[in-house]
Design a binder for this molecule. Structure first.
Ligand code: ZN
Ligand code: ZN
Length: 349
């Protein structure tokens, strides 16, 4: 029995592009005790592979977090498979807005120790003691009050291409960095009304409980995150308080919520809001690149990486030391923004 996909990325991509049907990109999550995530993982894989579902799904003892695409004609059947598990019954789906359905190439379901790693023990605070969930209307009302504090619980590269007006800017790269960072930044505002938001709402489930644990009295969170906010403002014709693009972890790497471009190409400084990974596999650094620079540098972060693209295997062997250095540097870029500042003239983080 094969419970994962063995074909390579190129073949998978071609196959996806040639599909004669449309796909819907959606996401859902639920914190719920799962006694046997391994068995559940195998069962879900069989059910969803049969329906040609593609996506990235995590299961853990604390619940499920799923981002996936489903063929239109299998949407009802997909809903039934989800509801067939009592623990997931009626879990709300969040449908992506700007969507060509080509977001995922394969189906990957992984068992993780946790869904969202805040780096704390299970008994460090009460995860079920969450804040008030706000829908888009109530979020807009709350954000309009200048006394409320709006907190972005994502990370610096998600923030840089798009965020809510007046939001407190995260410096950290991972949730486990941003969580203590924000509690520290806001330690004198425990009596104020606080509204948290993240991409899909799942990080805020934990963040709001953590803020409450630290004595914040009026903790609120955007239900369903930016993804569902974007959907609601369209459906209910509400004002949009989000500027720029929403960073998403799939091939889109960003979907436009407003028409503003609030960030810059790291290489030339021109307005741009598309992240990409450097095409030199040894580097793979994540950065913002405009279309012209993408063409000029062939998708690379600079001339050095670009030169590796055209090398023969023999030449690469000779340059093994340099490749190793690039690999080392890039491995740390997430931890150390110094590397990004050194590499890119227009990096602002
Ligand atoms: Zn550029
Ligand atoms: Zn590079």
């Amino acid at each position: 029995m094969q419970l994962y996909n063995k074909l390579d990325r190129k073949i998978l991509k071609e196959r996806l592009m040639q599909e004669p049907f449309q796909r819907t990109t959606l996401s859902f999550y639920r914190y719920v005790r799962l006694s046997n995530p391994e068995a559940l993982r195998d069962e879900l894989y069989l059910q969803w592979d049969r329906l040609q579902v593609l996506g990235r799904i995590y299961v853990a003892r604390e619940g499920i977090n799923a981002q996936l695409s489903v063929p239109h004609h299998h949407l009802d059947a997909f809903r039934k498979t989800v509801d067939s598990h009592a623990v997931f019954r009626d879990v709300p789906f969040k449908i992506a807005v700007e969507d060509d359905g080509k977001s995922f190439y394969k189906l990957s379901i992984k068992v993780r120790p946790k869904l969202v790693n805040e780096g704390l023990d299970d008994d460090a605070y009460d995860v079920s003691n969450v804040g008030n969930h706000l829908d888009a209307d109530r979020f807009n009302e709350a954000i309009a009050d200048p006394d409320t504090i709006v907190v972005d619980m994502r990370n610096y590269y998600e923030f840089e291409i798009g965020h809510f007006e007046r939001a407190v800017r995260p410096e950290g790269v991972t949730f486990r960095e941003v969580l203590p960072e924000m509690v520290e930044k806001l330690k004198d505002a425990r009596d104020k009304k606080i509204i948290l938001y993240c991409t899909g709402g799942i990080r805020c489930e934990k963040a709001s409980a953590y803020f409450r644990h630290h004595g914040f009295k009026d903790v609120n969170q955007l239900h369903g995150g930016i993804i569902d906010y974007a959907r609601q403002i369209k459906v209910k014709q509400l004002d949009n308080a989000f500027l720029g693009s929403n960073f998403v972890f799939d091939n889109r790497l960003g979907e436009h919520i407003s028409n503003d471009v609030i960030s810059h190409c790291y290489q030339c400084g021109k307005a741009a809001d598309k992240h990409s990974n450097c095409r030199n596999e040894a580097c793979h650094v994540l950065f913002i690149q405009c279309e012209e620079c993408a063409e000029k540098y062939e998708g690379c972060c600079g001339e050095e990486c670009q030169s590796f693209l055209h090398m023969s295997e023999e030449e690469k062997q000779q340059k093994a030391e340099e490749i190793q250095r690039i690999r080392e540097e890039s491995k740390y870029f997430n931890k150390d923004k110094e590397v990004l500042r050194k590499k890119f003239k227009y990096f602002e983080g």
